[in-house]
Design a binder for this molecule. Structure first.
Ligand SMILES: [Fe+2]
Ligand SMILES: [Zn+2]
Length: 506
């Protein structure tokens, strides 16, 4: 919908007629890549955003009409200055208003915005409070605003960018190319999986597939990872820096309690997210079972926290609201040399939402690491315990739990999809057709395990949420650029140093 060709004027026939004629009459060449423009000087004030009533018919001198030109012009939105704002009419029903100060502050000409570093060069605080444009034009590329200044200063805002960033009112955004897919235990029939060779291939396509799987499902297996710490570390580094913590950088551990955490034992672990004791829990967790000898058990548990939360919201909205509001303190205190608690120390709610959209963005839950709940109002204590009991029911329901027996990954096994399950697998688990190593979105998918006997050697790593999001953004730019980038890529000089200056993330 942001494609230039699809930007259309929806106006009453007599308005269109007047506009198109005025366009033909007033053509400006303010920019080398603009061929058609419309000046506000030609717009009667009644075409402003507030003009919803039928405007009186305006007569314009008869001029020859060129059909091609007419079509090109009709593709443009209607614009009109409106006091301290500029109104843009996308169609007869939909108008956006942009404040003059906002427009000036968002100028992305090379004087105001460094095209290489993508940083603001212009001093926002030099903008006079009562700044008014000298003129406003609708061009084939976008809104063009000429500002009063010693030297002529012209700002251009591509239509798709302007529409995407409309704040008065906020407009519905194009459906993002990536959407989250909530899942329950049935995902065992076809868990998201990418082959190790694909992920490691230099063209980055497999890496993109791995990360988009992780975005959509909150986890993705990688099949055929060689069962060595070196190969697993290399795999982690495909995404970004490994996040070093009190447990080290890249872990390679057994159940010897080398670190003061139950992960380093053979005890069962209920579904949890890691690092609830950090202000900023890690974004991804990657782990790989390198070997399991002389014993059984140790099945891995994955639970989609967003799915469990959706059930909770549906069945127990009050409890959901309480978990979304009450902060939960936590600690990591098993190492004498470290004592971690989040800041602020009362912690963060189990369910965190985007304050702008209200969308659930993070699940943070580890009942074992929880500290003293001394900040609850007396009349909330029982309600809160009821709420976490319900939450626990949602997490531990057979419909939510995905149990899987991980196996040491070897490149050889991937080519043997019909190989029989090893004796380690209990019969109740579906046989996996290939060795796997999962990466989890630690802000969404909870993990746990059953107890085990024998000796297990695991390795793995944390990756920061920002490294993960950055890598996904860069690969999306490459393989599935968003609508704004697609619509503006052909404008000269917008792509500098490998990035479009109108990228929606900037
Ligand atoms: Fe964990
Ligand atoms: Zn500028």
């Amino acid at each position: 919908m942001f494609k230039q060709a699809s930007l259309r004027v929806f106006a009453r026939p007599h308005q269109l007629q007047g506009l198109s004629r005025s366009c033909l009459r007033r053509s400006y060449g303010l920019s080398r890549y603009l061929t058609t423009s419309r000046s506000i000087a030609t717009f009667p004030s009644r075409l402003s955003a507030s003009a919803t009533a039928a405007a009186p018919k305006t007569s314009y001198p008869e001029e020859p009409q060129d059909l091609t030109d007419q079509l090109a012009v009709d593709d443009l939105p209607i614009i009109s200055p409106d006091g301290s704002q500029v109104a843009v009419g996308w169609d007869t029903q939909t108008w956006s208003r942009f404040h003059n100060i906002w427009l000036r502050d968002h100028c992305r000409c090379p004087k105001c915005f460094h095209p290489v570093t993508k940083q603001r060069l212009f001093n926002t605080f030099d903008i006079p409070k009562d700044l008014t444009p000298l003129r406003v034009d609708a061009t084939a590329v976008g809104l063009e605003v000429t500002w009063p200044s010693k030297e002529p200063h012209v700002s251009q805002y591509p239509w798709p960018w302007l529409k995407y960033n409309s704040y008065d009112p906020p407009l519905k955004k194009e459906t993002p190319p990536l959407e989250k897919i909530l899942w329950g235990s049935k995902i065992q029939q076809s868990p998201p999986t990418v082959a190790y060779e694909e992920v490691m291939a230099p063209d980055n396509r497999g890496l993109y597939k791995w990360l988009t799987n992780t975005y959509k499902f909150g986890f993705s297996f990688v099949s055929g990872v060689p069962a060595t710490p070196e190969a697993t570390e290399e795999l982690a580094l495909r995404i970004g820096f490994i996040r070093e913590t009190q447990y080290g950088k890249f872990w390679d551990f057994t159940s010897n309690l080398a670190k003061g955490d139950t992960a380093y034992t053979n005890l069962a672990l209920a579904a949890h997210t890691d690092n609830t004791y950090f202000t900023d829990p890690c974004g991804l967790q990657l782990f790989h079972l390198l070997s399991h000898t002389d014993g059984t058990g140790g099945e891995s548990l994955l639970v989609d926290g967003f799915y469990a939360a959706s059930i909770m919201k549906e069945l127990h909205p009050d409890a959901y609201a309480l978990l979304s509001r009450v902060p939960v303190p936590a600690h990591a205190a098993g190492e004498p040399s470290a004592l971690y608690t989040p800041y602020p120390q009362t912690g963060y709610p189990v369910l965190r939402h985007d304050p702008a959209s209200g969308e659930l963005i993070q699940v943070r839950w580890n009942n074992d690491d929880r500290s003293v709940m001394n900040h609850l109002a007396p009349d909330e204590v029982e309600k809160w315990y009821d709420a976490i009991r319900l939450w626990n029911q949602c997490l531990t329901s057979p419909d939510s739990e995905y149990w899987v027996q991980l196996r040491p990954g070897t490149a050889v096994r991937t080519s043997l999809p019909s190989s029989p399950s090893p004796p380690l697998l209990p019969p109740s688990f579906p046989p996996l057709t290939h060795p796997i190593s999962p990466v989890l979105d630690n802000h969404r998918v909870l993990h746990g395990r059953s107890s085990f006997t024998g000796k297990r050697r695991m390795c793995g790593a944390y990756i920061g949420v920002d490294e993960y999001r950055s890598k996904l953004a860069v690969l999306s730019e490459q393989f599935e650029p968003d609508a704004i980038v697609r619509a503006t890529n052909d404008i000269p000089e917008v792509n500098v140093n490998g990035r479009n200056i109108w990228n929606s993330a900037l």
